[in-house]
Ligand binder design. Structure first.
Ligand code: PRX
Length: 650
């Protein structure tokens, strides 16, 4: 669970000059929008869709609901790539910077909308020349280089589903995703730069591809220039294929419900879930929230520090901002390379005006000291954002004071891979802020706090956060697993059937402000990255020395939560220090470096109920408080608790 601090009573009204120019400039204006959406949801979304998106053909019906399967803008034709590129080319935006890119070594590229369009058309032609059709799925495994959004937009242009796999995932994780999707093409790079070292992407892809028979071809971008293995007939260099194609490639009108992408995220089982998003509703809502939440204006320079491998990067680096015609900053590398002021250097250099990051990053910056941001001119900033985990009021205040100089509102945005777009967040020209609260639901979003029986709870009571009405950018299903989709999100408890179950605990105050408390399921949130405890446990027990493993989240000052693994070893393994090292490396290999356990505790046995279920609640208490309270009568071996309560040296 997130921060234990109480929400501070302080209230921060929108600055007057901010509100006077904002898209939504008063609480009354917000309320009017909210009421309109609540009373006439279909008309409301139709108006937003009409205003924000180009449609080749209009819808026959705004919304079709066959619970839990939704369709939005039924029968309409649009194209995500067209909306992000072509429609900007007839105006001054043609020569406006779409992407201001900086590589970690310091190299730079500026891509105007015109140039980005040209690159996307060329790459779409490459995909066509390789024989790809709408029946194919493309997996993209690249670092933060401009060719990553180019590849995504090229797929979207042709109506081909893409799935981006975060470059921090291991070969093993990549393999699982390619196999689950049955992808036919992989787009990758030789490598990418991170903290001055090369991340060897092509090597990892090769390892994964050894067991991915569905993949016919691999396209490799030259980024680092290092030596890589090129398998003749399967692997092709991007720059070589590019020489063979032209620049004319019209965007194909696709159905509003045509799948746009699949993005895998951790669930409560060992197997990641492929979240499926479609085209029309997703674009409508990601574009609208750029104005509602980020108050985007033509002259803004917008920077979201997320990686495009996560949903934040999909919705708020690529589709939302480009559809809205923004200038987007994109940075390849680590925030502390070569020093801890790299981000503030970038803000100063490009005159960033909207800056969107995670609480973990903010806490890491606090720890490094104020001298890093204070050494730079941050006066271009006008709005700050936070996403991915609860922001504790102390970090909020620092962000507000040291980065925003008490001038910039902070939008704490609550949403999920599944929701596609931001659902609960301030409108910065309208909503008075309360540090630690994501504030009010956006128009068209009807959240509630309920108990186990699905009863709505009143102000101040903690419960499950649910959403009562479908929204355009919501996931449509889980790739290849509609039953799991239904069970996981719409029938978690029999009594909550028909309500979208977020998996988060929250409370609402008397003003209707939401405070998100953290996950209620077996998902932990490390640095804003979702990790399933089951996925970690199954990775650990695949190691030959491990008999059993149980993983819980432990509160961490910087990363919010940290992975703590309780492990029992098979007979004969007693060199704990060495095994602990091996297990950390093993998790990095099986999932990715970001999932490495912060702590491994070796125990003789794990506490279990009589039916053999591991009692994670007890383990959570041990790592949180160092002791156990409550009812332990169902324990198989009470004595085990005492042994568990003291960390074993590893
Ligand atoms: O627990 C909530 C937390 O992140 C989860 C969603 O994770 P993911 O799908 O990876 O998407 C992260 C980026 C949208 C949520 O269930 N979360 C996200 N934003 C916030 C948050 N918790 C508190 N406050 C937020 N602003």
């Amino acid at each position: 669970m997130g921060s234990l601090e109480q929400v501070a009573p302080a209230l921060y009204p929108p600055p007057k000059d901010f509100a006077s120019k904002a898209h939504v400039g008063s609480l009354e204006a917000y309320r009017a929008l909210y009421e309109r959406a609540r009373n006439h949801p279909e008309e409301f979304w139709a108006e937003v869709a009409e205003r924000e998106i180009h449609w080749f053909e209009k819808w026959r019906q705004v919304f079709y609901w066959d619970p839990p399967f939704a369709q939005w803008f039924v029968g309409a034709k649009t194209n995500a790539s067209y909306n992000c590129l072509d429609r900007h080319l007839d105006s001054a935006r043609r020569n406006k910077a779409a992407i201001l890119w900086e590589g970690e070594p310091g190299d730079q590229r500026i891509l105007t909308y015109g140039e980005l369009h040209r690159l996307v058309c060329r790459f779409a032609n490459v995909l066509k020349a390789r024989g790809l059709t709408r029946q194919d799925r493309v997996v993209i495994y690249m670092g933060m280089v401009p060719e990553l959004p180019v590849a995504m937009l090229a797929c979207a242009r042709l109506g081909i589903v893409h799935s981006v796999v975060f470059a921090g995932f291991s070969a093993e994780a990549l393999k699982g995703r390619i196999q689950d999707l049955g992808a036919t093409l992989v787009v990758t790079a030789d490598g990418g730069w991170r903290r001055g070292r090369e991340v060897r992407l092509k090597d990892a892809a090769d390892e994964a591809l050894a067991e991915c028979p569905s993949v016919r071809e691999v396209i490799v971008l030259r980024r680092t220039g290092s030596e890589v293995n090129i398998k003749p007939g399967r692997d092709f260099w991007w720059h070589e294929l590019d020489k063979e194609v032209g620049e004319h490639c019209p965007a194909e009108p696709v159905d509003a419900e045509n799948p746009l992408f699949v993005l895998y995220t951790s669930g409560t089982t060992g197997r990641p879930k492929g979240i499926l998003h479609t085209t029309g509703g997703y674009l409508v809502q990601t574009t609208a929230t750029m104005k509602w939440v980020f108050d985007l204006r033509e002259e803004d320079t917008y920077w979201c520090t997320a990686d495009i491998g996560w949903v934040t990067g999909h919705s708020y680096i690529v589709y939302g901002p480009l559809s809205a015609g923004a200038t987007v900053v994109m940075y390849e590398g680590a925030p502390d390379y070569p020093q801890w002021d790299r981000w503030w250097r970038i803000v100063e250099k490009y005159r960033v005006s909207i800056f969107y990051t995670s609480p973990t990053a903010i806490r890491a910056m606090i720890r490094q000291g104020d001298q890093w941001p204070l050494g730079h001119d941050l006066s271009s900033l006008r709005l700050l954002g936070s996403v991915g985990e609860p922001i504790n009021p102390a970090a909020w205040e620092w962000y507000y004071r040291v980065i925003g100089k008490q001038r910039c509102p902070i939008v704490d945005t609550w949403w999920q891979t599944e929701t596609g777009a931001i659902l609960i967040a301030p409108m910065p020209g309208a909503t008075p802020l309360k540090p630690g609260s994501a504030t009010l639901p956006l128009p068209g979003i009807e959240p509630a706090i309920v108990d186990m029986e699905g009863r709505e709870l009143g102000p101040g009571q903690e419960g499950f956060l649910v959403i009562k009405r479908p929204w355009p950018a919501m996931l449509r299903t889980l790739w290849g697993d509609p039953e799991r989709y239904e069970l996981q999100y719409w029938r978690r408890f029999p009594s909550t059937a028909g309500l979208y179950f977020t998996g988060d605990a929250a409370r609402v105050d008397a003003d209707g402000y939401y405070t998100i408390l953290g996950r209620v399921d077996d998902v932990i949130n490390v640095s804003g990255h979702r990790i399933s405890t089951m996925e970690l446990e199954s990775a650990l027990v695949r190691h030959p020395a491990v008999a059993e493993a149980a993983v819980v989240g432990r509160p961490d000052e910087i990363t919010g939560q940290a992975v703590c693994a309780f492990v029992t070893l098979k007979q004969g393994h007693t060199n704990y220090a060495q095994v602990a090292e091996e297990l950390r490396a093993w998790v990095a290999h099986e999932i990715g470096g970001f999932a490495r356990p912060a702590e491994i505790r070796f125990v003789e046995s794990l506490p279990k109920t009589r039916s053999g279920k591991i009692m994670r609640r007890l383990l959570r208490e041990i790592v949180t408080r160092g002791e156990v309270s409550g009812d332990v009568s169902t324990l198989e071996d009470i004595a085990v608790i005492r042994r568990l309560s003291v960390p074993d040296e590893d």
